[in-house]
Ligand binder design. Sequence first.
Ligand code: CAA
Length: 379
Amino acid sequence: MQFELTEEQLMIRQAARDFAQTELKPGVIERDEHQKFPAEQIKKLGELGFLGMMVSPEYGGSGMDAISYSIVMEELSKVDASASVVVSVNNSLVCYGLEKYGNEAQKQKYLIPLAQGQVIGAFCLSEPEAGSDATSQQTTAIDMGDYYLLNGTKNWITNGSTASTYIVMAQTDASKKHRGINALIIEKGMQGFTVGPKENKMGIRGSDTHSLMFTDVKVPKENRIGEEGFGFKFAMATLEGGRIGIASQALGIAAGAYELSVQYAKDRKAFGKTLADLQAIQFKLADMATEIEAARLLCYRAAWLKDNHLPYAQAASMAKLFASETAMRTTVEAVQIHGGYGFVKEYHVERLMRDAKITQIYEGTSEIQRIVISREVLK
Ligand code: CAA
């Protein structure tokens, strides 16, 4: 068993850390306040190869492993989870799915620009009536011979207005239930495709979340990913990897709040000492450090299993469940350690606390992760 990062992984970590400090930190409070998408920063992340990290160089990617991806997600999320969710969705839910299940023409046309960061992608599964219960898709893709006729609404779509390529799950044959669902590639600008207003969110406010409406959109058959009826399995298999990304995001949010808390505890004086001299604070920091380290090990284990082509659904759900709950607990404690300063925006921890909450909700709630884990336990 090897617990040390490789030279390459250490270099990638340093690059992501530097980027977070120099490019993401300035302006992060303002972007959160004004719900401003980090467009310039995402462009630069694309140039660094962070938007197609695990895609093979043959298709414009960086050819890195999933552990490096987890490392980058952690480092970016320490500072700006609104930017890191774009990195996660593009890498895990869009590029990975296209590389693994797309055909050669789809890879040439869609994957290469996505992996190079020329454009970004969106993954469209959730609906007004189908969040956790993802098999109950109401969006329809009726088979018209040469094309599918797509109708319906998708909700809470990350990169909703900023994406160019959308992977949309839709029901073609309701009698087959989840086996009648297809995954279709939709391009921005297709007739009948409209983007709804931006959601006004509690956290990750710099990210771009919208509902999407499809009215009689003609989708060529060649835009279907995989065989007829493969869409639900496509979505589930893709989300497995996505959960490593969001687990690592949660880890980063927790680690960011923890690092700020350690620094604050050393600097802040109270009762004639620093906060760090008080046992009440020491115990909080010790609990934070321990939980964060456990979350990191779960993230790396899930990533390692994926890199080694071993089953990782349960490991990814364990990582996401534990890391997201750690993010919530840690950020609440970070605000408490900062006292009144923790309650104002300048000290960053209140934003991290708001951002932490979504990691318990998207790409499967904590309850969904428990379903996935317990099914493996009981089978
Ligand atoms: N890989 C491949 N196939 C899988 C799979 C996986 N990981 N998991 C399930 N499947 C297959 C099963 O084998 C089964 O196939 P067959 O019927 O052919 O045997 C089929 O999918 C149905 O599986 P289940 O019976 O397990 O389905 P279920 O209805 O019981 O639901 C669930 C399972 C885990 C609850 C699932 O619905 C789920 O994960 N829900 C949460 C959805 C979710 O995560 N949404 C996130 C939206 S995307 C997002 O948030 C992105 C963003 O913006 C950041």
